[in-house]
Design a protein around this ligand. Structure first.
Ligand code: DP6
Length: 329
């Protein structure tokens, strides 16, 4: 009862920022993302058949109690009706810096549920895996699938219709992503806390959620048509509106530092010079820049010239989360 899986992180083009139910972790609106490699999380799950607490190791260290509890909560859903599985031993590693603001929870919980499903030989469907991953982290529901992915908010109270589905495979549209790691400021506000605080105190929250619903069909059409200028306009608007809603909370949630802002200006300058590039920003100060593959070097050079940029990582569209066969290990 042991299996290993890998999953890739994803970056949202239409952002998820708000929940309709915190207990079942149901998003208030849908979202659209691109799954990115070669970055990945590799997770081994072994069910011991014995009673007792789960053991959770992240990057070779025992997980913090909060992180371990989130893992156990997801495994408990999967173990429901299967007391024979017993306690789990989970070992998970990211091949990218956790501080890179790359939503390591997205690849982490996707790899966890795929490995646990394989270890227990449950044969869950991709939608069921997406629902389980969502319970760990909303963005993880999208990392079950490669390429362009749409997450549904669903309408049911039990969340059985709140899962992700693939829109287009990784090779649908060759895009390149440069991730500018900017100097860390004060410790960031975790996404769960940031989005709950925004929903409770930002006067813009309802307008933001209504706007996401309007953006989703437009984003789907833009992706189907591989319309770069359309995606640039829409993805920047989604990121800036998400942050506008967070900034308007009381007190405002401010994820940016000076280098974050300078990177946005640098990308817009590149675009005004004819270089196809656009930015997006998540719950942290780093800037993710999407561009045409031929422009990767120009984008990287421009980002490295921004004072405060420590490093630039590269990523390209990647595939589904998957269990590894014995020959892959
Ligand atoms: C800004 O998936 O980390 O990256 O469901 O509370 O675990 P929880 O939140 P999480 O939020 C991701 C927020 C975001 C935007 C996005 O990925 O859509």
């Amino acid at each position: 009862m042991r299996a290993t899986a890998i999953a890739h992180p994803n970056i949202a083009l239409v952002k998820y920022w708000g929940k309709r139910d915190s207990v079942r972790n149901l998003p208030a609106a849908g979202s659209i993302s691109l799954t990115l490699g070669p970055l990945h999380t590799r997770t081994e799950v072994a069910f011991t058949g014995a009673q007792g607490p789960d053991r959770v190791e992240l990057d070779g260290e025992e997980a913090e109690p909060g992180a371990a509890r989130r893992v156990t909560a997801v495994l408990d859903l999967l173990r429901h009706g299967r007391p024979d599985l017993g306690a789990a031993h989970v070992r998970s590693r990211n091949d990218f810096p956790t501080a890179a603001g790359l939503a390591s929870s997205s690849s982490g919980f996707a790899a966890l549920v795929v490995a646990a499903d394989a270890a227990a030989s449950l044969g869950l469907s991709p939608s069921a895996l997406s629902i389980l991953a969502r319970r760990g982290s909303g963005s993880a529901a999208r990392s079950i699938f490669g390429g362009f992915v749409r997450m549904e908010s669903g309408v049911r109270d039990d969340g059985e219709d709140a899962f992700a589905r693939p829109l287009a495979p990784a090779d649908h549209w060759p895009l390149s992503v440069c991730i500018a790691l900017t100097t860390e400021g004060a410790k960031k506000v975790p996404s769960t806390r940031g989005m709950d605080h925004t929903a409770q105190t930002s006067p813009y929250h309802h307008a933001w959620i209504a706007d996401v619903d309007r953006m989703l069909p437009e984003a789907e059409a833009i992706i189907a048509a591989r319309d770069f200028d359309g995606l640039a306009r829409l993805a920047e608007a989604s990121a800036l509106r998400m942050h506008a809603s967070a900034l308007a909370a009381d007190p405002g949630v401010l994820y940016w530092n000076g280098a974050t802002v300078e990177c946005m200006h640098a990308v817009r300058h590149l675009r005004s010079q004819g270089c196809p590039a656009f930015f997006t920003i998540d719950a942290g100060p780093h800037v993710k820049v999407f561009c045409a593959p031929a422009s990767t070097a120009a984008v990287e050079e421009a980002l490295r010239c921004v004072p405060g940029v420590r490093d630039v990582l590269h990523a390209t569209p990647a595939g589904d989360a998957r269990a590894l066969g014995t020959e892959d290990r």
